[in-house]
Design a protein around this ligand. Structure first.
Ligand code: BGC
Length: 436
């Protein structure tokens, strides 16, 4: 880790500044391939798979008592060490894209101190993807932030936007040319969306207590973790962070296909009174407007929300539920991609879609029905350019910790041995046939 060298010389020392041009011959060749415009992939996020992300806001929140988290993330899937194995799996299934996150708190564990080792690590991942013929799809921010950033007020503090933009610049220089797609933010609207869910509202007090206890523990009365920040205070700062990060990243990589992803449920009005319009105005509208300037919109859909007069309604009695208590409703994806395309005028990439279940036959059914919906949406003229499944691995599912299995691959919690499930090969065969 380095404190006082200039950023460029730091990176040169670490061997992570692209020696030549930032345009990749690999990506240029890939763009000429037939059908190369449709991505087939699987996704992970740094904090959920790497393990030992000790300088993040989440790590603090996970270790408080009481905590909203069922268990701390701990070693997660040990992907910090086993990332090569993970990438090899994506390729073995016949997919062509690996979406993963880079962890800001590893790269900048203290304000202004950048870890050349962490930057080189992510550069190696990106380069390895290119080397084995996979597209690397990078998420700059997947919820977690460095603890120092949370201590400064996190997304609630306008002055903090500069820190994020600087991190994005650093990372873009370090990652080099071998990634073609990126998201600035993963689901920046999630906190707003969750605030409409009765279940989450019940967990909110634990998060709030966590924020207070964390503030006390680290001696900052401004501590603000994701996703428990004040939505209204954070929104203008998040929007500015996205816009300014895009400008900074594009200045270095004008060829990069860049956007953000949104948590998008198939929003439906409950008969007999619904606050649907109010919800859409709060949770989605500001982001749709922001995305209209991006290269694409990343759609992340897990099901539908039926909006009652005040909040979302719980799923009706008798419907099949997933491990996270949602209705099993893969058809939601058809509606959300059409809605996102219409609302933003941008091409759509499904950057997450999946189901938490211990029964892999239900995952296969979910994939089939979601892809059938995607095919209908495409046939109806919606410009969908990719399907990236959540998740490659059974991983740390935030406050549910390890109790929800979203993975195409099971991970032994003690040995970290990866065991692919039939759904992984099923999705891979679909990708190979190129048909949805
Ligand atoms: C998030 C993932 C999460 C998934 C399943 C998405 O909201 O991006 O981090 O694991 O949903 O809950």
């Amino acid at each position: 880790m380095i404190g006082s060298m200039s950023r460029r010389s730091m990176l040169q020392t670490a061997g992570v500044v692209a020696a030549t041009s930032m345009t990749s011959p690999v990506l240029a060749a890939e763009k000429r391939l037939p059908g190369a415009d449709f991505l087939w992939g699987a996704a992970t996020a740094g904090h959920q798979v790497e393990g030992g992300n000790v300088n993040s806001d989440s790590w603090i929140m996970e270790h408080l008592k009481p905590s909203a988290f069922a268990e701390p993330s701990g070693d997660a899937c040990d992907s910090w060490n086993r990332w090569r194995e993970d990438i090899d799996l994506v390729r073995r299934f016949g997919l062509d894209t690996y979406r993963f996150g880079i962890e800001w708190s590893r790269i900048e564990p203290e304000m202004g101190e950048y870890s050349s080792a962490a930057l080189a690590h992510y550069r190696t991942m990106v380069d390895y993807c290119a080397q084995v013929g996979l597209r690397a799809f990078v998420t700059y921010s997947h919820f977690t932030v460095p603890r120092w950033f949370a201590a400064l007020g996190g997304w609630e503090e306008p002055a903090n936007v500069d820190h994020f933009v600087r991190f994005c610049e650093m990372a873009t220089r370090a990652l080099g040319p071998n990634y073609g797609h990126a998201l600035t933010f993963n689901e920046p609207n999630l906190a707003a969306q969750l605030s409409w869910q009765p279940d989450f509202r019940r967990t909110m007090p634990y998060f709030a207590m966590g924020n207070q206890a964390a503030a006390k523990a680290i001696g900052s009365d401004r501590f603000s973790a994701t996703p428990t920040f004040d939505i209204d205070r954070a929104l203008p700062n998040q929007l500015a962070a996205h816009r300014r990060a895009c400008e900074a990243i594009k200045a270095l990589r004008p060829d990069l296909i860049l956007g953000l992803s949104l948590a998008l449920a198939d929003e439906q009005a409950a008969p007999g009174g619904s606050a649907l319009e109010r919800k859409i105005a709060q949770v989605y509208a500001p982001w749709f407007e922001a995305v209209a300037k991006d290269d694409f919109i990343g759609v992340q859909t897990y099901g539908r929300a039926v909006v009652g007069p005040e909040l979302d309604l719980p799923p009706p009695a008798g419907v099949e539920l997933t491990q996270t208590g949602m209705e099993f409703f893969p058809e939601a994806l058809e509606a959300t991609v059409q809605w996102a395309a219409r609302a933003t005028g941008r091409p759509v990439i499904v950057t997450e879609n999946g189901v938490a279940t211990t029964d892999d036959t239900r995952r296969i059914a979910y994939i089939d029905r979601a892809l059938a919906g995607l095919a209908r949406a495409r046939a109806a003229g919606t410009d969908v350019r990719g399907y990236i499944h959540w998740s490659l691995l059974d991983n740390f599912e935030w406050n549910r910790a390890y109790t929800a299995q979203f993975g195409l691959v099971a991970v032994d919690r003690r040995t970290f041995v990866r065991t692919p499930k039939p759904s992984a090969f099923h999705l891979g065969r679909k990708a190979q046939r190129g048909g949805i």
